[in-house]
Design a protein around this ligand. Structure first.
Ligand code: FAD
Length: 107
């Protein structure tokens, strides 16, 4: 069987996750990054539920939780007046929606 070896161009989140996923499936992957150092850039990153599922499957979610917090809402503010315009709760919506429906209208 031919040896499988993958070169991943770029050590951003995409490249690192790809390399890790390949390694976990027994495929050697080498990340080639043009920058001289891999380091965090920016203030932080909001990770979507889909991305959390991927990180969980890779066994990273618990380790990341200690560096993270879960926002309770997305607030849009009028910066000049420091006034809250709208607040969108980030609580799970399925249960409240279902319970708002009349009985027997959802099965
Ligand atoms: C200000 C800002 C805020 C953001 N906030 C969020 C957020 O909250 N949540 C979210 O999900 N996303 C956010 N994003 C988007 C997110 O950062 C990107 O989608 C994500 O980083 C893309 O990852 P990537 O690995 O595909 O690309 P990059 O992170 O761009 O990584 C590509 C890497 O490849 C390297 N490279 C390029 N060409 C070569 C080459 N020829 N050879 C070797 N190396 C090479 C580059 O140096 C780089 O390190 C934000 C983006 C910005 C700009």
């Amino acid at each position: 069987m031919p040896e499988r070896r993958v070169i991943v161009a770029g050590g951003g989140i995409g490249g690192l996750v790809t390399a890790l996923a390949l390694h976990q499936r027994g495929i050697e992957a080498v990340v080639l990054e043009q920058s001289t150092r891999l380091e965090a850039v920016g203030a932080g990153i909001q990770i979507s539920p889909n991305a959390c599922h991927v990180l969980d499957r890779l066994g990273l979610l618990d380790a990341l939780r200690s560096h993270a917090f879960e926002p309770r809402s997305i607030d849009i503010t009028d910066g000049r007046r420091d006034r809250l315009l709208i607040s969108v709760p980030l609580t799970p919506v399925a249960a409240p929606l279902r319970s708002a429906l009349p009985e027997r209208s959802s099965r």
